[in-house]
Design a protein. Sequence first.
Length: 166
Amino acid sequence: MNGPALSASRLTLRPIEDRDLEIIRNWRNSPGVSDWLFSGPQEITEAQQRAWYGGYVEDETQMRWVIDTQLAGPVGVIGVTELKGWHGSLTIFIGDPAARRMGYGYEALERLCAWLWGRARTKRLIAELYADNKAAKRLYEKAGFHFVAPAEEQNGRPTMIMEKRL
Ligand SMILES: CC(C)(COP(=O)(O)OP(=O)(O)OC[C@H]1O[C@@H](n2cnc3c(N)ncnc32)[C@H](O)[C@@H]1OP(=O)(O)O)[C@@H](O)C(=O)NCCC(=O)NCCS
């Protein structure tokens, strides 16, 4: 389900709308993103994207936002899934390659964490990533996550879990 709009200094996290579905699908289908997601490189069709959105807006266990920057407009998506009690699982990508390494991922993550911690019951956020995902590992470390343990292989590749507690 969508949450409220959340403002930060150079960007806003805003609820996903119908008009965002195609750009999100294109980002998700690009190798710079799909290579790093556990869902793998399978092409998502327009129909699948619409079906996903229909389920998403009704699903109380996940919340996602478009990362909408003042300078470059929408550049990616951040969200939390498996929301249950005080636990959530992080998901993030900067879909526009020109917008990577500009600090947007960090700013979006800091804003999301601040909002989640403010909601009384979210006390622990985990992130699952491929062990060789240097960009995500550095982003999470910078935002205060630490390594917990290696996790099950995904698509034949080693993975790990990082977490941040309130
Ligand atoms: C991971 C990702 C979201 C990072 O977003 P970003 O906006 O580019 O990251 P930021 O610019 O905020 O950088 C945060 C930190 O990570 C570092 N970093 C970013 N990309 C990096 C890379 N490719 N290699 C090494 N460090 C990197 C930055 O230098 C910065 O650390 P520093 O301040 O110590 O220098 C982005 O690379 C991405 O979308 N990757 C593909 C999808 C993905 O891997 N998602 C996570 C799945 S678990």
